[in-house]
Each structure stands twice: as structure tokens, then as C-alpha cells.
Design a protein around this ligand. Structure first.
Ligand SMILES: [Zn+2]
Length: 286
């Protein structure tokens, strides 16, 4: 199938009530490993980059990696820019060919957020790209974006007005979820997802997926969370896999980088495939 628009992936997922993993990659190895999981499981997948990753690797190199690694791929995939408060980075990524962006103006008053999101949607449409919107910050700092304070949840009326007026393709409400590692099992407001989906029909993005239980995923996906973000789990898997392998290497005294890459890649692929299975998207490639 190859690279497809975000909307095609999330609309099908919402219609058939499965979730598509949206996984934040940090380099070439993690990108290749996440794509391998999608191919292995015959699943659609959304690959995400944080603003920090875009700035550290550079949009040209990232796009070249993406194009090379998705050439001829047989499952539906798309490239998404995660939480981006910077309009210049949004413009840069849309120009380079990202399929979608999350314009994160959640620290702005809703009216200003709405005004600017309308502009971002128009800009994305000119590229055939899509937009995720949010009006409440998801608790927790991720790749230098965000705050540890949970922001006030807006009313259903304000949320529905934002979704309908802005024209966003995916909406990310705060439902008690958080970025990072949960200190205790989160209490999630699934009814809020149901209410927003019933009123707007727009697929919901679930942030802060790392650490949620299978029951929570199943419930929220059934309510219309079609895009399920996973970032912390990849970082933890990547670092711990490196650490475990390097500790062993130190003991054995055999220093061979390709063995390290193979080991870490297998762990990252297994982690991503595990989420694909849990979200019910295995075998859903078209
Ligand atoms: Zn997020």
C-alpha cells in the first residue's frame, strides 16, 4: 500500500473500531524497526517525530530516511509531526512532505488556538496533509514540550465548537492521561471520548499510552480512539536494550556495533508489534 494520508488510516480505524499505534521514533534504527513491526503484523502504522527529533536530525535527512525506508512498503504508513507549538516547524515539515501535524497551541486561550488552527488546517490542505488539534495540554513534559500541571478540561460545547470550526481531522482531548511514566494507574474519562465522537464523528488521538492497561486501551479504542500514541515505551525499550547489550559486551570484551544494532532493533520491533497486537490493528493492512 505504501505512504497514505493520515485521514485514510484513522477514519478506517475509527469506523472498524481498532487503534493504530502512533510511535515516536528517534533515529534511523528506530524508524526501520517500527516499520518492520507494521510489515510483520500486516498493520497500518503512524510514525511520529517530535520537534526535538526534527531539529536534532534535520527535516531533510528525516524525510530522506522516510522515503528510502518506505519505498515499496506493502502496508499503509504515514509520517506525523507530534506536539508542535512552532508554526515555522509546522510549515517546514509540511513543505518537506510530512503527512500530518499536531499543532499544539494548548497553552493559548482557546479562541487564539482556534484562529491559528484554522490557518494550519488551510496550510496542511494545500499539501494534501492533515491536522490533529488539541485545546488542553496533556499533562507531562515530552521532548521539552508541555507542562507537569494538568490543564483545565474544556466543556463539551467548547470542544465540539473547536473541532467543527477548525476542521481538524483528529482531536486530542485531555481525559486524565499523561506523558511519561504513570506513578499509579490513571483514571481515564472515557465518557468524554464517547461524547466528543458522538457530537463530531472525528477520530480521537489518545496520548500518554505508555503504562495504560489492556482494558483501558480496549475501552478507549471502542469509544473512538483511533490513533494511540506511544513515545515513552520506545525510549525506555531503546535505552534499556542498549544498556543490556553493552553490559554483556563489556563482560565478553567483544565490541561489534552491528550486533548491537541487530539486538536493539529486534527489541524495538517486538515492542511495536506488541502494541499493534494490543490495539487490534494486526492484519488490518489494505
Ligand atoms: Zn502527546
Amino acid at each position: 500500500m505504501g505512504v497514505v494520508p493520515l485521514k485514510e488510516i484513522v477514519d478506517r480505524a475509527q469506523r472498524d473500531r481498532y487503534g493504530v499505534a502512533a510511535i515516536n521514533i528517534v533515529n534511523d534504527l528506530t524508524l526501520e524497526s517500527v516499520l518492520a513491526a507494521a510489515v510483520e503484523r500486516r498493520s497500518p502504522i503512524i510514525v511520529q517525530t517530535s520537534v526535538k527529533t526534527v531539529k536534532s536530525i534535520g527535516s531533510d535527512v528525516l524525510m530522506a530516511m522516510w522515503r528510502a525506508m518506505t519505498a515499496g512498503i506493502e502496508v499503509p504508513v504515514c509520517l506525523h509531526l507530534d506536539h508542535c507549538p512552532e508554526r515555522a516547524v509546522i510549515t517546514e515539515c509540511l513543505d518537506k512532505g510530512w503527512n500530518s501535524v499536531l499543532f499544539d497551541a494548548s497553552t493559548m486561550p482557546v479562541e487564539e488556538n482556534l484562529r491559528q488552527t484554522i490557518e494550519v488546517v488551510a496550510e496542511a490542505r494545500a499539501h494534501g496533509a492533515h491536522v490533529e488539534g488539541e485545546i488542553e495540554a496533556i499533562k507531562g513534559v515530552e521532548d521539552d514540550v508541555g507542562s507537569d500541571e494538568e490543564s483545565r478540561r474544556q466543556s463539551l460545547e467548547v470542544s465540539v465548537h473547536f473541532v467543527e470550526t477548525s476542521g481538524v481531522d483528529v482531536f486530542a482531548p485531555s481525559i486524565g492521561n499523561a506523558h511519561g511514566v504513570y506513578s499509579a494507574e490513571p483514571h481515564l474519562d472515557g465518557q468524554r471520548v464517547t461524547d466528543i465522537v458522538a457530537a463530531t464523528g472525528v477520530p480521537i488521538a489518545l496520548h500518554g499510552g505508555t503504562g495504560m492497561t489492556d482494558e483501558q486501551f480496549t475501552d478507549l479504542i471502542a469509544r473512538g480512539c483511533a490513533k494511540v500514541n506511544v513515545s515513552t515505551a520506545l525510549k525506555v525499550t531503546y535505552m534499556q536494550s542498549n544498556l543490556a547489550f553493552l553490559r554483556e559486551t563489556e563482560e565478553r570484551g567483544k565490541w561489534d556495533p552491528p550486533s548491537l544494532f541487530r539486538h536493539v532493533s529486534a527489541d524495538v520491533t517486538a515492542m511495536a508489534a506488541g502494541y499493534v497486537d494490543r490495539f487490534g490493528s494486526a492484519g488490518r493492512a489494505w
